[in-house]
Write a protein that binds this ligand. Structure first.
Ligand code: ADP
Ligand code: MG
Length: 226
């Protein structure tokens, strides 16, 4: 069964600007799927629509998995002062205390932050914050992660940590995750199961990540086709 189906999706902002134009694509199954495209090509709008934050004007989204968004800047996503309290926000409110603690510890361990429950957020590196945001998404039982340039603000080491984490979660044998990942950092295409170009509000066909990278690399830095 497909992890996501988008059919004929169109969206126009209130100011009349078209962001998506009869966009159709599907994610065939679990794995790490990447989208690249120029500024304003509609990538962030698409992720927000898949997350259910914006209503389609035309078209439909078939979404069998629970989605969760992970933004570029984790400081816009993390709300409470400690790692544990932030993850607790993602848990069902009626969970008893002991189960809450266990769920928090489990989510932290999944992202390589075991023992961080009482650590203040401000003491975390950018990469650790991004992994904590992912822990929150996992704690909410999301199985479709929507990541909007999650490594844009990270150094190379943290970038690799976050990529490796998502790769591992997508390769998990029992319950593999589906991740839809927007990037401007073309080196990341080496990590994906498939990559597609977004242009003028439409998603192109899935391609091998390295092949798409080779196709885009001749462009001047920072100017992916759009
Ligand atoms: N909040 C908004 N209000 C009006 N127009 C917007 C808003 N956000 C994005 N747009 C417009 O929608 C189009 C797609 O933007 P966006 O989805 O952010 O593209 P990308 O993420 O690929 O850079 C652009 O033309 C952009 O200017
Ligand atoms: Mg964007």
């Amino acid at each position: 069964m497909a992890s996501l189906v988008v059919e004929g999706l169109s969206f126009r902002w209130p100011n009349g600007r078209s962001a998506l134009d009869h966009c159709s694509f599907h994610i065939p199954g679990p794995g790490l799927w990447m989208l690249v495209g120029g500024n304003g090509s509609g990538k962030s709008t698409l992720l927000r629509m898949i997350a259910g934050l914006l209503d389609a004007r035309e078209g439909r989204i078939e979404r069998p998995l629970k989605p969760a968004l992970v933004f570029q800047n984790p400081d816009h996503q993390l709300l409470l002062p400690s790692c544990g309290s932030d993850i607790e926000l993602s848990l069902p409110p009626d969970l008893p205390r002991a189960a809450r603690l266990a769920a928090v510890e489990q989510a932290l361990a999944l992202v390589g932050l075991a023992g961080f429950r009482q650590r203040p957020l401000h003491s975390l590196s950018g990469g650790q914050k991004q992994r904590l945001a992912i822990a929150g998404a996992l704690a909410s039982q999301a199985r479709l992660l929507l990541l909007d340039e999650p490594t844009a603000l990270l150094d190379e080491t943290s970038q690799a940590d976050v990529l490796q984490l998502i790769r591992t979660l997508c390769d998990e044998p029992q319950q593999p995750l589906t991740a839809l990942w927007i990037t401007h950092r073309l080196d990341e295409l080496a990590w994906c199961n498939g990559a597609a170009l977004v242009s003028r509000g439409r998603v192109g066909r899935w391609q091998n990540g390295q092949a798409l990278r080779a196709q885009l690399c001749p462009l001047p830095a920072g100017r992916a086709a759009g």
